[in-house]
Design a protein around this ligand. Structure first.
Ligand code: HEM
Length: 526
């Protein structure tokens, strides 16, 4: 056989590269035909206009492809073929809710466990015990226990209030370090660093690795940026060198933190997760690695959205001054032992600052557009209508439902800061119907069993950061030009909120009337 191939190359003028390309094409074509026909009850298939068009689209547009495709395909649900298997894409809020309602048949855990296994190099029996199967003596699996403690400590409770307090205390420290006469920073990077410091203090406690070595913040974001390449694991030390090195530095810093017993001053969330890890026989290194992954989940969307929210307000003078006006009702100037403090109470924002809350919700609609994924574990019919086959993947491009004018009106494609201002009691019957449709179409935090447990913490983080920035500081472009919202980069696979493409240099100054005053947040409130 080998000599026949060599003879062929010797006897023909065709380059081996062309032959190889033709052979690859043929294999892929056979693969495409090998795809078993659709059951008539499955969602209709949408074929690409050119051969392998969906594959090329995925390679080119990455996470955005199913959103781009769904803008053209107006069906409530449809099927495409990817790598020889089915992918069901759902645009209809009604069908999306059916998926959320059945986490056994449509699971997120399969994706999460595969990704975590590849990131942490877990395989074989360890993988089963750690992530999916019941543990020894039929105890619940680690993933089950971990899911419960994470959701329990992040829903409104004393544990969450303490986490929020720690966030705000560390945030205030960064604000008080700003030179009142003016500090020049790159706003995107500076916001990222300030909020990351606070988020890590909230989870890990005040004495955490990032305080010892602030360069770990960059390592964390390098790791986060290279996450997909690290999951793919194709020569990661070369293809994802920054993330690869960042992960190594962070893992050893987190291990040092655990070995020194510093976890004892961490959040109830961190301590609860540590206990569960210990009960399931995790080593300290595994616990450190899990904490690192959790830190990524906690910062990956919350931090970009803080930057976007600040940017959209700053770019609109009238909006910024209305927000500042509204904030006056939750600001107190306190004088203790001759020291004046300007204190914002974030717990009061929901009740006293409707415009700020509306901007937050609109930012979630406008920027948090995850493509949610579920794996189909058994043949299931949804809505008494569509058969979804086991082994397939469901994709929910929320960018579609978040921008559909039939739910959001003719201004769906622009950011309207006052969109969520209408109060329920003032709504007409028609408005109430529209609101119902909107609430089903609004899934910035996903839904069902995996609905983001960090949503309350994220709201607190963003609203605390933005409210103090807008109330206490003036922020202007360093070059004197008008502040504008900068371009967003394409959304990465798995990310809900995009990051900024570039950065903008600004001068941050404490407002004249607050010179000599310290900044703080009210704490100890539930
Ligand atoms: C604006 C900020 C945030 C956004 C937009 C966001 C969005 C999401 C989304 C879309 C999911 C997947 C849900 C699904 O598939 O149905 C998710 C899951 C998750 N998020 Fe968030 N998130 C944010 C902030 C946070 C924060 C601050 C934390 C932690 C403190 C956090 C922790 C998690 C965890 C642990 C999961 C996995 C939940 C599970 O599988 O049960 N997130 N998030």
């Amino acid at each position: 056989m080998t000599s026949a191939i060599t003879d062929f190359f010797r006897d023909t003028e065709v380059s081996p590269l062309i032959v190889l390309s033709i052979a690859t094409g043929l294999v892929l074509l056979c693969w495409q035909f090998a795809f078993t026909g659709l059951d008539p009850r499955e969602p209709p298939e949408v074929k690409a206009s050119i051969p392998f068009g969906h594959h090329l689209g995925m390679l080119w547009y990455k996470a955005e492809y199913v959103t781009i495709l769904s803008r053209k395909v107006k069906l409530p649900i449809y099927t495409i073929r990817i790598l020889g298997s089915r992918m069901y894409i759902i645009r209809s809020p009604e069908l999306i809710q059916k998926i959320f309602a059945n986490p056994k048949a449509f699971t997120f855990d399969t994706f999460a466990s595969t990704a975590v296994g590849r990131l942490l190099n877990i395989s074989g029996p360890d993988m089963k015990i750690l992530l999916q199967e019941p543990g020894p003596e039929n105890r619940p699996s680690y993933s089950y226990d971990n899911h419960n403690i994470t959701h329990a400590t992040l829903t409104p409770s004393t544990a969450l209030s303490q986490l929020n307090d720690s966030f705000q205390t560390r945030l205030a420290k960064s604000f008080n370090a700003i030179d009142p006469a003016g500090t020049v920073v790159y706003l995107h990077q500076w916001s990222r660093d300030v909020v990351t410091h606070a988020a890590c203090a909230a989870i890990l406690g005040p004495d955490n690795p990032y305080e010892d070595d602030p360069s770990l913040i960059k390592a964390l974001w390098d790791f986060e940026t290279d996450l997909v390449l690290l999951i793919l694991r194709i020569l990661p030390s070369v293809t994802a060198s920054k993330g690869y090195q960042g992960r190594a530095r962070l893992t050893s810093a987190y291990l040092k933190y655990h070995n020194a017993g510093l976890w004892k001053q961490g959040s109830a969330l961190l301590q609860g997760r540590r206990n569960i890890g210990k009960n399931h026989g995790f080593t300290d290194t595994q616990i450190a690695e899990w904490d690192l992954l959790f830190t990524i989940a906690a910062v990956t969307n919350a931090i970009p959205i803080s930057f976007w929210m600040l940017s959209y307000i700053l770019a609109d003078h009238e909006l910024a001054s209305s927000v500042r006006e509204e904030l006056k009702s939750i600001v107190r100037i306190k004088v203790v032992d001759g020291v004046s403090t300007c204190e914002i109470d974030p717990v009061l924002i929901r009740g006293h600052c409707p415009l700020l809350v509306s901007i937050w919700e609109e930012l979630l609609r406008f920027t948090s557009q995850p493509t949610l994924g579920r794996y189909v574990t058994s043949d299931t019919i949804i809505n008494n209508e569509y058969l979804l086959k086991a082994g397939s993947v469901v994709q929910i491009p929320t960018g579609i439902t978040h921008s559909d004018s039939s739910f959001w009106g003719s201004d769906a494609s622009i950011l309207n800061p006052r969109r969520f201002l209408k109060k329920d009691e003032k709504l007409s019957k028609e408005d109430r119907e529209e609101k119902k449709l909107q609430s089903r179409a609004f899934t910035p935090f996903g839904g069902g069993k995996n609905l983001c447990p960090g949503r309350h913490a994220a709201a607190n983080e963003t609203l605390s950061f933005v409210s103090m920035m807008i109330y206490a500081f003036s922020i202007e472009n360093k070059d004197g030009t008008q502040f504008k919202v900068i371009e967003a980069a394409p959304r990465a696979f798995g990310a809900s909120v995009p990051k900024a493409e570039k950065d903008v240099e600004v001068v941050i100054k404490l407002r004249e009337e607050l010179r000599g005053v310290k900044l703080a947040f009210a704490t100890g409130r539930e």
